[in-house]
Design a binder for this molecule. Sequence first.
Ligand SMILES: Cc1ncc(C[n+]2csc(CCOP(=O)(O)OP(=O)(O)O)c2C)c(N)n1
Ligand SMILES: [Mg+2]
Length: 394
Amino acid sequence: MALSKLSSPSSLSTNILKPLTNSFLLHRPISTDTTPLTIETSVPFTSHQCEAPSRSVETTPKELLSFFRQMATMRRMEIAADSLYKAKLVRGFCHLYDGQEAVAIGMEAGITKKDSIITAYRDHCTFLGRGGTLLEVFSELMGRKDGCSHGKGGSMHFYKKDSGFYGGHGIVGAQIPLGCGLAFAQKYSKDETVTFALYGDGAANQGQLFEALNIAALWDLPAILVCENNHYGMGTAEWRAAKSPSYYKRGDYVPGLKVDGMDALAVKQACKFAKEHALKNGPMILEMDTYRYHGHSMSDPGSTYRTRDEISGVRQERDPIERIRKLILAHDLATEKELKDIEKEVRKEVDDAIAKAKESPMPEPSELFTNVYVKGYGVEVFGADRKEVRSALP
Ligand SMILES: Cc1ncc(C[n+]2csc(CCOP(=O)(O)OP(=O)(O)O)c2C)c(N)n1
Ligand SMILES: [Mg+2]
């Protein structure tokens, strides 16, 4: 790992206990030191039909510490979701994101909340990255009123439209054309924003991706298609499903970039680069090389189609949180104890949010019939919003 320091970071202890500005981590101690640091990405970017961005990434002590805290929060949240599921407090589908946190964190650092994000069902951490709260996450998972979709969506249908998060989709690949539609709206309204449409390596083989990409390229839409390549689609390894697993090249005439998706700084650099490109020239594909530690979903132990050695090897060699921990320690931005303390605080925040979520009531039965159709288009009278249906309710 090659690291270079532009200027020496100031002493951590005077800076570490300052408030954090990130919305989902308010009131948390963190360094506010914004002294510039330049850090080289773990591996070079590999490009297709474009020149790769520089490996030298600009960051600050404040950003590195916030990456650490946010990824630690995501990791803890997913592990807690697993326990809640096993305790039968979360029912239905549930897909966890631990291992892939650097994609959510790095992407947010490279773009703004005016840009849009749309993803598949592995959506808890993307929602948190967009500024959602732990209370909204756990309430939604347990089907409670305080959830981000008022307890009616569950794990796969997290949304936060006020900061450009358009879900949370259970149909593999369906979010890709929807994302290109969001990019069409952005281009039409000339607001200089872009859409990041995330999908998996399994989804990357679907026809609808290529149809949407063709239109996006014809119309120079500001759409960035992000393939989160965790190397498995359910229990199928990528090499069984894809003739060419070089997903960044699969757009043919559309430029692409392969990125170490376990390196939050590389993800940030790539997303910034892709946004600039898309605003000027139209779509781009980013392939994030990443890994999921859990099985595909709660019904998959995740160890029948891959070896335990493979999983522990990735944890040891490429873990996104450990990478940032090492950087912070190497630059003397915090001590091991201070980082452990942050992890302890994070555990408490997660536990407190779960306790609060358990107190949140279930939605009213009448809520079954709200948010089914868009109001004012005349369609609701044909469906569940009908008066006689409503009056038949308890
Ligand atoms: C159209 C459609 N086909 C099949 C499924 C079942 N299914 C759910 S997830 C999944 C695998 C997708 O893998 P990938 O795109 O790599 O995403 P990952 O789960 O690895 O994040 C499949 C086949 C579905 N939900 N929708
Ligand atoms: Mg996959």
